[in-house]
Design a protein around this ligand. Structure first.
Ligand SMILES: O=C([S-])c1cc(C(=O)S)c[n+]([C@@H]2O[C@H](COP(=O)(O)O)[C@@H](O)[C@H]2O)c1
Ligand code: NI
Length: 425
């Protein structure tokens, strides 16, 4: 099974349409992007792409056009429901939900509202849906298995929005950029008559990059395969207004054949945030855990304990990357009643993961595969898909789960088998 890495060059900034343009230019098909966008938004929006130049560089510019006169204003709750019911490949749905959750969280913080009440403005909502769903579908279509990105140029000066003049980086961008390497970049502020202000990164672009890229790093070693260049709307003279995506095979693909013991993954450094809580309304816990996972926690769970004074309580444990710890700590203080958070630095040895879909009756279920050195170690149908299919067909979850396991086994997905070629990221 070969891995395919995408490295995002956002040294001139990043916007949703620029990233989507770069992924299409790298070989993702417009068909795959349109199918996914239409599955979420219906025929209310058209996505097209054209060749342009930016400071003399050829690049692909994506255009998103609303086909309805007055697109409805949508909250994050509305968009989440649209993503939930759309016929999308599971990895595309999961990534798109995670991007919007991060965007809604950032907007909520800067506007002082709850994420569920964040409003994606009219045409802006359609734009964002097309950019986010389109980029997630394009990555899927390119069979990308891992993503990283370099430092991001954010810009300087100020921009005019429907709420008046905002400083650059725009507040939501600054929020989304926490924990990532950034700079103002080379984009100089100029008056609107000379092409507009110096905003180089937009909230949608930053939310996509922060969610899809696992780490901020210089271009990693890889055998370079394809370069895609996506254009922004403006063409200032002082820099090429583009995002680039470099696709290639990481060095592991060139390593010798796997040995017998398939557990050679290197430990990764993570942080464990923990708090003992004895006075939170128990009905709030599921929302707390979902919120932390939506913000990028690697895992979040509760352990029942007996605390001082004989009180039944829970330990909230949140495993995360160091760059996400500030955001998650603030979220824990906001959503629980804890007065303190412990922190330790465990190492995790994780299997590489991916998904394939199997047909079960009239539905499809994503099967999560954990693998090492080209060999499957864990094979487990996604329970959310099992439960959804059971609900739709009126069958028992247990029966659907057994059928999904049997479908996986007859497709050769069993522990010890070779990782299948079509493994999705
Ligand atoms: O209209 C609002 S509320 C608004 C808020 C913010 C904040 O950062 S808060 C930013 N903007 C600007 O809107 C455009 C579009 O951004 P997309 O991510 O939807 O492409 C961009 O210039 C933002 O900085 C608007
Ligand atoms: Ni607003």
């Amino acid at each position: 099974m070969s891995r395919r890495h995408a490295w995002i060059d956002a040294s001139a900034g990043v916007a949703g349409d620029m990233l989507l343009g770069a992924l299409l230019d790298a070989g993702a098909t417009l068909d795959a992007v349109r199918t996914a966008v239409h599955a979420v938004a219906g025929e209310t929006v058209a996505v097209s792409a054209r060749q342009v130049t930016r400071a003399g560089l050829r690049a692909l510019k994506v255009d998103v056009t609303a086909l309805v006169a007055e697109p409805p204003a949508r909250t994050w709750r509305d968009v989440r429901a649209m993503l939930g019911r759309a016929a999308l490949p599971e990895p595309v749905r999961r990534n798109a939900v995670a991007v919007f959750a991060r965007l809604a969280e950032a907007e909520a913080r800067v506007h002082g509202v709850t994420p569920d009440d964040v409003h994606f403005h009219e045409v802006g909502a359609l734009d964002a849906i097309a950019d986010v769903v389109g980029s997630c579908a394009a990555l899927h279509d390119l069979a990308v298995t891992t993503v990283s990105a370099g430092p991001v140029a954010l810009g300087s000066g100020s921009i005019r929005t429907r709420h008046g003049r905002l400083p650059v980086p725009a507040p939501a961008v600054a929020e989304l950029a926490r924990g990532w390497q950034v700079s103002a970049g080379d984009g100089k502020w100029q008056p609107a008559s000379a092409g507009g202000g110096g905003e180089l990164a937009t909230p949608t672009g930053m939310a996509l990059l922060r969610t899809l890229a696992e780490v901020c790093e210089p271009l990693p070693p890889m055998t370079l395969d394809t370069v895609g260049v996506g254009a922004g709307g403006r063409d200032p003279a002082d820099h090429a207004n583009v995002v680039r995506v470099l696709l290639g095979l990481p060095p592991e693909n060139e390593a010798p054949a796997p040995t017998a013991a398939p557990m050679s993954a290197a430990p990764e450094a993570l942080l464990l945030l923990e708090a003992n809580v004895d006075d939170l309304d128990p009905r709030l816990w599921p929302g707390v855990l979902d919120g932390l996972l939506g913000l990028g926690a690697a895992d979040a769970w509760l352990t029942p304990i007996l605390m001082k004074k004989g009180r039944p309580a829970h330990v909230l444990s949140v495993l995360c990357r160091a760059g996400d710890a500030d955001l998650l700590r603030e979220r824990i203080f906001r959503d629980t009643s804890t007065l303190g958070i412990r922190q330790s630095a465990p190492e995790r040895v994780a299997l590489a993961r991916g998904f394939v879909e199997v047909a079960v009756g009239e539905g499809r279920i994503a099967v999560k595969l954990g693998h090492a050195d080209g060999v499957l170690v864990q094979v487990m149908p996604e329970f959310a898909d099992v439960a959804a299919l059971a609900r739709r067909t009126g069958r028992a979850e247990r029966a659907v789960l057994q059928e999904a396991l049997a479908a996986a086994a007859s497709a050769g997905l069993v522990a010890g088998a070779e990782v299948p070629a079509e493994l999705e990221s």
